[in-house]
Design a protein around this ligand. Structure first.
Ligand code: ADP
Length: 483
């Protein structure tokens, strides 16, 4: 496809290893999911490439970790500035390879960049402690040091932000990072590498290795003794594989895995606000985020009114190519993604649910799908247990507050949750009893670089963003001095 960029250099197709873009004989095609058009053929890295990147990272990390926090801060700040300067181009690359509406892509670039800005500031504040000694001659000091070389594996749904959310704290702390982006979306990752180089990030500190052999890359990152830590965002199943593979060397892990977010509307909620929140939390990125609400529980007294208002708003959403003005729902990433939504709808309808709006593929063809609302959904249906990862809003009915909390917690996942109530006691009770890492109260949009993003239960380990985010990339060292 003919992608018009102000800075065409941002479209790189070589892997970025040890400070250089390198082509490989073996390549793979990156296509626009909206049109199927070819955007670029990208270097397909082998396991040997991963070893080379790890060896380079080992050397680079030693020097990078010794620099002052202020020096790392200034370089990261330049990287942030370059993302902002190139935001329009980066957004266009993102929409081309991933399909989300251009306005959402722009939002993601600003969100992704915000982590670099935040951690460029935090680089200077990796404070330790002094502790009063336990004996007269003892002085106790606690310092924080970079974990070392980190391997990162990232998904396609946020091709920019899922990388910056890991690379920014890692580099701020003095680590080096090797990233394997999703093979659907390597171009946003490589554009980030180009800007990192221009910002002055030394060679080897950040390498980006596109590869269709995720298994081999994962195995090398987990088994190579130079790599001290794995940071992964993706499915719970792959998270389990990486955790198992990391067990032999007790490798540190940060895992951002699947969710099954509940969205609860109580009788006393502001319904217009709740509808607005449901639209954002459910249909952003066509429902393809791990914090998208997956189960919408509505209390008896407002169920019909909420369903009507939501359906009206959903029917007005515009499905189409992400570059088309006014489009709010782009294509789904693959056929498999469409089939999953279809199977959840089929299973729900077979068990008594009703279509309120949408219900099937869009007449645009391809992987376009109509935003859908189902009513009369119950806990017996597949959609109650599994993340749909598509534009399907299933409405469950409940009577009592405790019933909603119990249903919401009845899952192995614990990432994001949302609820709407204007009653102070309900707000405190529900916020405290939801078994989730994140709770949005009267809001459907909670992601920001200033707050800790992460899950409990099988949704993961560790936190990204905020003052807590850098902790995932430092080790604590206790020094005891006898004077
Ligand atoms: P999704 O369903 O969002 O694609 P995945 O967990 O399958 O989620 O993919 C997230 C990332 O994990 C991608 O970069 C993918 O290539 C990678 N991946 C998939 N399988 C493995 C594996 N066995 N080992 C390491 N990485 C993997």
């Amino acid at each position: 496809m003919d992608l018009k960029l102000n800075n065409p250099n941002l479209l790189q197709s070589g892997a970025y290893i040890d400070g250089g873009f390198v082509s490989r004989q073996k390549t793979f095609a990156v296509n626009n999911p909206s049109t199927g058009e070819l955007i670029a053929n990208v270097a397909d890295c082998s396991r040997e490439d991963v070893v080379d990147a790890i060896n380079a990272a080992k050397v680079a990390q030693k020097a990078w970790g010794k620099r002052t926090g202020k020096e790392r801060s200034q370089i990261l700040r330049r990287w942030f500035d370059l993302l902002i300067e190139n935001a329009d181009d980066l957004a266009a690359i993102l929409t081309a390879e991933m399909g989300k509406p251009l306005a959402e892509s722009k939002g993601e670039i600003l969100y992704g960049a915000s982590f670099i800005e935040w951690f460029s500031e935090e680089a200077k504040r990796v404070y330790g402690d002094t502790i009063p000694g336990h004996q007269e001659d003892k002085r106790i000091m606690v310092i924080k040091q970079p974990v070392g070389v980190v391997g990162a594996i990232t998904p396609w749904n946020f091709p920019n932000a899922m990388i910056t959310r890991k690379a920014a704290p890692a580099l701020a702390a003095g680590c080096a990072m090797i990233v394997k982006p999703a093979d659907e979306t390597p171009l946003s990752a490589l554009a980030l590498a180009l800007l990192a180089e221009q910002a002055g990030i030394p060679k080897g500190v950040l390498s980006i290795l596109p590869s269709t052999d995720a298994v081999a890359v994962g195995e090398e990152l987990c088994s190579n003794e130079i790599v001290q830590k794995i940071s992964f965002t993706g499915s719970t199943n792959v998270g389990r594989i990486l955790m198992r593979q990391s067990a032999d060397q007790i490798k540190k892990l940060s895992l951002e895995l699947g969710g099954n977010a509940p969205f609860i509307v109580f009788n006393d909620a502001d319904l217009d606000k709740a509808v607005e929140g449901a639209l954002i939390s459910k249909f952003r990125n066509a429902g393809q985020t791990c914090v998208c609400s997956n189960r919408i529980y509505v209390q008896d007294g407002v169920y019909d009114a909420f369903a009507k208002k939501l359906a009206e708003a959903v029917c007005n959403m515009k499905v189409g190519d992400g570059f088309e003005p006014g489009v709010t729902i782009g294509p789904l990433i693959t056929d498999a993604a469409v089939e999953k939504v279809e199977s959840h709808i089929r299973n729900a309808l077979e068990n008594g649910a009703k279509v309120v709006c949408g219900g099937g593929r869009s007449d645009k063809g391809g992987t376009f799908f109509q935003p859908t609302v189902l009513s009369d959904v119950t806990s017996k249906m597949e959609v109650a247990r599994e993340e749909t990862f598509g534009p399907l809003a299933p409405l469950f009915r409940f009577k009592e507050v405790d019933e909603a909390i119990e249903a919401a917690n009845n899952t192995e996942f614990g990432l994001a949750s949302y609820f709407y109530s204007n009653d102070l006691s309900t707000v405190y009770k529900v916020a405290e009893e939801l078994e989730y890492g994140m709770v949005g109260v009267n809001t459907g949009l909670i992601s920001t670089e200033v707050a800790p993003f992460g899950g409990v239960k099988q949704s993961g380990l560790g936190r990204e963003g905020s003052k807590y985010g850098i902790e995932d990339y430092v080790e604590i060292k206790y020094i005891c001095i006898s004077v």
